[in-house]
Design a protein around this ligand. Structure first.
Ligand code: G6P
Ligand code: MG
Length: 217
């Protein structure tokens, strides 16, 4: 059948995972505790709200709803201040090579991200036009590892789930792709992404032969 490709955004297309990390770390430090990169692994692919819940658990802090909302807002403002300075140089290496190849071969492409900031980020790095649909944190109700985001993306590009190839840097994202019955490609540490069907350190390690196999051409 016809294949479709679905890309996560943060940590796959653009190097924004580090900005999410810095913004959470800043908030944790302000609240009097540290937040490590190792702890940050569990935040990848996870909604802003859920991330704050986990952060407060780590700090042993309980708050009322108003304070919770205030810190959510503060983290996002901080994150957006990093994003404001971002340009196409922060597209991860060799991502355009793969996106261009798929575009030239008319392969349907979707973005599947938990972020509510996905569209402004894609605009900033000038990649929005590559995607036939953008399924982001404003469109889903159930967060990864729930497969909802990828199933909506598959429906939008009219490709059956088993013919979708998902690129993900998050454990929760790989889980979501697997439970949607899709082909999962991990971008990152093979030790962390052990559930993925294929893993590459980054896009520079992916050759066009591998992509062609996945596209069936
Ligand atoms: C992505 C990132 C997560 C982030 C989530 C929500 O999935 O990997 O770390 O928490 O998006 O992003 P947002 O931009 O809406 O705060
Ligand atoms: Mg990600």
């Amino acid at each position: 059948g016809k294949r479709g490709f679905i890309f996560d955004l943060d940590g796959v297309i653009v190097d924004t995972a580090k900005y999410h990390y810095l913004a959470w770390k800043n908030l944790a430090n302000e609240l009097g505790f540290d937040f490590t990169e190792e702890q940050n692994e569990a935040f990848k692919g996870v909604s802003r709200r859920r991330c704050l819940e986990i952060l407060l658990e780590l700090g042993g802090i309980t708050v009322d709803e108003a304070q919770f909302e205030q810190w959510l807002h503060e983290k996002n403002e901080d994150y957006l201040s990093y994003i404001a300075r971002m340009d196409a140089s922060e597209i991860l290496p060799d991502v355009p090579r793969v996106l261009n190849f798929l575009k030239e071969n008319h392969v349907p492409m979707a973005l599947g991200s938990a972020s509510k900031n996905a569209i402004p980020i894609l605009e900033k790095v000038d990649l929005l036009s590559y995607f036939d649909t953008v399924v982001d944190g404003n469109k889903v109700t159930r967060a990864k590892p729930d497969p909802e985001v990828f199933l909506i993306a598959a429906r939008d590009i009219q490709v059956s789930p088993e013919n979708c190839v998902v690129f993900e840097d998050a454990v929760a994202g790989i889980e979501a792709a697997n439970s949607a019955d899709m082909i999962s490609v991990g971008i990152g540490d093979p030790g962390v992404l052990s559930e993925a069907q294929h893993v590459f350190k980054d896009f520079t390690e992916i050759d066009i032969k591998f992509i062609k196999q996945l596209v069936h051409i």
